[in-house]
Design a protein around this ligand. Structure first.
Ligand code: VTB
Length: 331
């Protein structure tokens, strides 16, 4: 049998994949200890600390491109922060250590710890503004849906491509007043709507596994950094996504320009959001349709993680039992 020859390419997309699982597992466990305690900030901080600690140990020359905020507003995992031992490949890092902080604080479904790693320079440096998004899972002809088509046209086109009636399509939107028109139009067409309080990284990723989640289409406006993370996972399995930043004030246009956005109205394709080789890891914090949340038992902590890898399109679901309790002690 041939020896396993490890190239630098392998390091990013093969060997590091399992390391990313460890990173999101740690963040998820840290946040899960504070599940249902009504303290969003504490849960988020615990996840941030744990994620950063793990990332620092990795053999990478990493730069945070999607993080907790600008350097002056986030002491950790700020945009531009260098991570890793610096002895390894140059990579872009996008993190959302606790996506759905309120879901976690209220112990509601769908909060996750999530991160993406990609070849250096390949993730969109998205400012923390809103982003209009549309996403569908794999298996549809390119261009089946479009950000500039109406919800009705998108639902009808998707139903046709799936071979079902529009009434059999389920759309996920965030529960926000700004989505009133989308909700009304979906209702008119007769599609099902899942209206979630938070968590649109997971919401977009739900479209990658419609048989488990029941979600065919994501519509609406959420955070731009969240959009980049979700696009990474979608790309790995051949889903489709389009997005547009909402830059509605001179201040936002200026902030985006500083991050390299020259066309404020640009319609981004999935590849513009996450190019290059990308791996995305997400671990359940609270129970959800994709992943079970962290379970604490006597001397065992159980976690569930999905890891997406673009090079091969492999998705692994890793159910882990952790027995080394010292590693999971709160900091
Ligand atoms: C979404 C959602 C997040 O922010 O991005 C949302 O995924 C968008 O912002 O969980 P608003 O809450 O202002 O609508 C969160 O809800 C929180 O970061």
């Amino acid at each position: 049998m041939a020896d396993l020859v490890v190239t630098s390419q392998d390091i990013i997309d093969r060997i590091l994949a399992l390391e990313l699982v460890r990173v999101t597992e740690r963040a998820a466990v840290a946040a899960a200890r504070l599940r249902g305690r009504g303290d969003e900030k504490a849960a988020d901080q615990a996840a941030v600390d744990a994620m950063r600690r793990e990332l620092q140990r990795l053999p990478i020359d990493g730069t945070v491109v999607i993080g907790e905020g600008e350097r002056d507003e986030a002491p950790m995992l700020y945009i531009g922060e260098k991570l890793g031992t610096a002895r390894g490949p140059k990579v872009d890092i996008a993190v959302d250590p606790l996506e759905g902080t309120t879901l976690c604080a209220k112990d509601l479904p769908g909060s996750i710890a999530v991160m993406a790693m990609a070849t250096g320079g390949s993730l969109l440096h998205a400012p923390d503004v809103y982003m209009e998004k549309i996403a569908i899972g794999p298996g549809y002809p390119r261009g089946t849906v479009d950000l500039d088509m109406s919800p009705e046209d998108n639902i009808r086109a998707l139903a046709k491509a799936k071979g079902v009636a529009p009434q059999d399509i389920c759309v996920l939107v965030l529960d926000r007043p700004r989505h009133k028109a989308i909700v009304e139009e979906c209702r008119r067409v007769g599609a099902a709507l899942r209206i979630v309080p938070d968590g649109d990284v997971a919401g977009v990723i739900f479209t990658t596994r419609p048989r488990e989640t029941g979600i065919d289409l994501y519509l609406g406006t959420g955070g731009a950094p969240e959009g980049v993370l979700a696009a990474g996972a979608l790309r790995c399995v051949g889903g489709q996504m389009q997005a547009r930043l909402i830059l509605d004030t001179p201040e936002k246009i200026d902030r985006a320009a500083k991050m390299g956005v020259t066309d404020a109205h640009r319609k981004y394709d999935m590849k513009d959001l996450a190019a290059g080789d990308v791996i995305v890891s997400l671990t359940g914090v609270t129970d959800g349709p994709l992943l079970a949340g962290v379970k604490f038992a006597r001397q065992i902590i159980r976690t569930e993680t999905l890891i997406y890898r673009s090079v091969t399109g492999t998705v692994r679901k890793i159910a882990a039992e952790h027995r080394d309790m010292d590693k999971f002690k709160p900091a």
